[in-house]
Design a binder for this molecule. Structure first.
Ligand SMILES: Nc1nc2c(ncn2[C@@H]2O[C@H](COP(=O)(O)OP(=O)(O)OP(=O)(O)O)[C@@H](O)[C@H]2O)c(=O)[nH]1
Ligand SMILES: [Mg+2]
Length: 338
């Protein structure tokens, strides 16, 4: 087949995908939950369908409160999210949850358990729960989560919760996708948790000691308060956060302390509501645009029209004929010339 015929077919194919994305986006905006679910699958698969849907949807997003819930395995994140849903539904709010499992490439048993636990909301169209597993390259999770959250936001949910297990890098990614990050601790989880704790606490806007019915919960809370007031206000980035994160105690299984947590979230929502996007949203916008721009640049430099020149330039750098800066300048020039 000739080049022109191939080009033609490719163009038809991408027009078709774009049309499907637009249709899914419109159906999602009309409140079609099956379309929403299919769109989230496209987001997870990083399909071109998702891109055209995002072009349609994105400007409708920006109204939901985005809350990250992270903490060690078994600290009660899912149970707490379930309790939060109950509380918020009681107030007439709609809630979406993205449960992200960064450790497994496929949706694992824990998330299945979550689904079962949340089944009491089956049939309530103002509650939407979605599990997502890590797929694709490193950093993919953050942008996939960000896109999924934007879709749910555009779909009109008042609150979007992002639940993720806090083991390493994931908490930072949660913090990046959320306006407010809630870090869960359970009382007396042992010394090995301390290391995780330090990393987690850095991204916390609100710290929740869950399992308040267990012995030591109040002591853990006061230890955390002491620890947090001793620590200098972290200056790792310019996210807006209280100098000292609030420390609350909840019992997710009974709902005790949950109204107080909702009130704390409401205060954060009110504080963030005034005016234009704050630094957290600006940082998120930068990260998203940057990721897309980098991806496009890479794709362009390796497309049919550029790949030979790109390879030649890289080879010259490898052979020390030109330096990497000159190589970068040349590639940038080639990628952006029309
Ligand atoms: N006693 C007590 N148990 C709780 C409380 N909250 C959760 N649990 C229990 O703790 C266990 C773990 O709860 P999950 O909600 O699954 O914890 P999780 O943090 O979502 O766990 P992963 O998703 O596996 O990381 C379950 O058996 C819950 O019933 C609480 O406030 N008190
Ligand atoms: Mg869970």
């Amino acid at each position: 087949m000739g080049r022109r015929a191939t080009d033609q077919r490719r163009a038809e194919r991408s027009a078709e995908l774009a049309r499907r994305g637009t249709e899914l986006a419109d159906a999602t905006l009309r409140g079609d939950r099956r379309a929403l679910a299919r769109l989230l699958t496209a987001v997870e698969d990083r399909s071109p369908v998702a891109e055209s849907a995002m072009r349609r949807l994105y400007r409708k997003a920006g109204r939901a409160q985005l809350v990250g819930i992270t903490g060690p395995p078994g600290s009660g994140k899912s149970t707490l999210v379930s309790a939060l849903i109950g509380q918020l539904r009681g107030a007439g709010r709609s809630v979406a949850v993205v449960a992200v499992d960064p450790s497994s490439p496929i949706t694992g048993g824990a998330l299945l358990g979550d689904r079962v636990r949340m089944q009491s909301y089956a049939g309530d169209r103002d509650v939407f729960i979605r599990s997502m597993a890590a797929r694709g390259h490193a950093g993919g999770l953050a942008s996939t989560t960000g896109a999924a959250v934007a879709v749910l936001d555009a779909a009109g949910f008042d609150h979007v919760f992002i639940e993720t297990v806090g083991t390493g890098q994931s908490e930072v990614e949660v913090a990046a996708a959320a306006d407010t990050t809630v870090v869960l601790e359970a009382p007396e989880m042992g010394d090995e948790v301390q290391a995780i704790k330090a990393g987690l606490l850095e991204v916390a806007d609100i710290v929740v000691v869950n399992k308040g019915d267990r012995p030591g919960a109040l002591r853990t809370a006061s230890q955390l308060r002491a620890m947090l007031s001793a620590a200098a206000p972290a200056a790792i980035d310019d996210r807006p956060r209280p100098k000292r994160p609030e420390v609350l105690v909840t019992t997710a299984t009974t709902g005790e302390g949950v109204p107080e947590l909702v009130a704390a979230l409401e205060r954060r929502r009110d504080a963030g509501a005034a005016g234009s996007a704050g630094p957290a949203r600006l940082a998120r916008a930068e990260a998203q645009v940057w990721a897309i721009a980098t991806e496009r640049l890479r794709a362009r430099l390796h497309d049919r029209d550029h790949r030979d020149a790109t390879e030649a330039t890289l080879r010259q750098v490898a052979d020390h004929e030109i330096d990497p800066y000159a190589g970068a300048d040349r590639l940038l020039g080639e990628a952006t010339e029309t």
